[in-house]
Design a protein around this ligand. Sequence first.
Ligand code: MG
Length: 455
Amino acid sequence: MAKLFGSSGVRGLANVDLTPELACKVGLAVAAHAKAKLALVAKDTRVSGSMLEDALVSSLLSSGTDVFLAGMIPTPTLAYATKSLGADVGFMLTASHNPPQYNGIKVFRSDSLSYTDEDQDAVEKNVVQGTFRLADWRSLGKTTQMDASQVYLEMAVKAATGLCKPWRVVVDPGCGATFNIAPELLKAVGCKVTSLNAQPDGFFPARKSEPTAESLQDLANVVKALRADVGIAFDGDGDRIAFVDEKGVFVNFDRSLAAYSAYALQGNKGGTVVTNVEASMCVETMVHAQGGKVIRTRVGDIYVSEALKQSGAIFGGEPCGAWVHPKHHYCPDGPLSAVLMLKALEEENKTLSQFISAVPEYVTKRENIVCKNEQKYKIVEKIGDALKIAFPGYLDFSTVDGVRLALKDGWLLVRASGTEPLIRLTAEGESLAVANNITLKTTKLIKNQIEAEIK
Ligand code: MG
């Protein structure tokens, strides 16, 4: 059978791949794996949310698990509440930033960390083997409505202690799961809030649920027209954040991540930051300047969260806007990141564009090289040695996800596409000339390797 879990839980087209039947099986399999007595269940605003929720909850009750129904809340709120309300497991029905016809199930442990590869393998095995635990009729589970947003808001407001300025913020939940909590939190910490697309709507009629410069054009225009201090947007389930500065300019994800990393280290007098192999080297530039260290993981927020927990690092994030603040919990958290960013700006007495301007702008190039599915992994495995010879002065070599080579003035990453017959090359340089040179040299090496493989 196809692998049920991807890097962000179970995901697929609603009622095609992800049916009530599958939701039911996942619920039973997780309940058996977690030996769950109490589960927290929430959903984003998608049209298929209630259908899947009913099936999932039914399976949990059938396994003898009591269920707290948290309704429509963001993923980080669900994860934090799973921990603070003492549930054994948390379920979030969401397909994150994907289009509205998709849905998914993200599962969280009692410590707010999302299910690891080991947990997911165990659940998948339970699904395949039908290892389900059915309760006696006298000990079926019970449901209780639970306002999980209160414990979360208390935590987030406390985290923003020290914020005094009435920041003028335009917030754009994009009709997703942050529609209520994000404006409420920003108001609770004293901001003057204008909300855009803050009505829950599972068709995502206003903009794509993935925040990008293109999808946030309306937000940028409103920030400019109102002369607001900052624009803030989230993806469909609120575990990603994106910013627009006071000039109405979309802030590059890598640069906001790097700027906040430096700020977090400054307050801590050094320490470790975690990011993935795809992030710009401006993260290192900023972190090293603070005497800190960078750990790079595979792509996927669970790997960042796991590394944060293991290393005791103080901040972590991916360049898609998924930022994790381990002091509070281990799930990437958009609304919490929003108020912490405002706190950073206030402490540094800077506008957002000034805060970001400290981060150097490097040049990134991306190239897709056609390669047969049955060959692509082998090519990536073999390319490492050729790369080391081609770039003898390299500073670091890593195979944590594909092959990554760090150079003095840039870096490159070669990965096999998970879904297409392609090898993906990402290269970054201090200048366009450096980025071009790395790209040309590496593309040639990969093509030679593919040809050698064919012969
Ligand atoms: Mg998301």
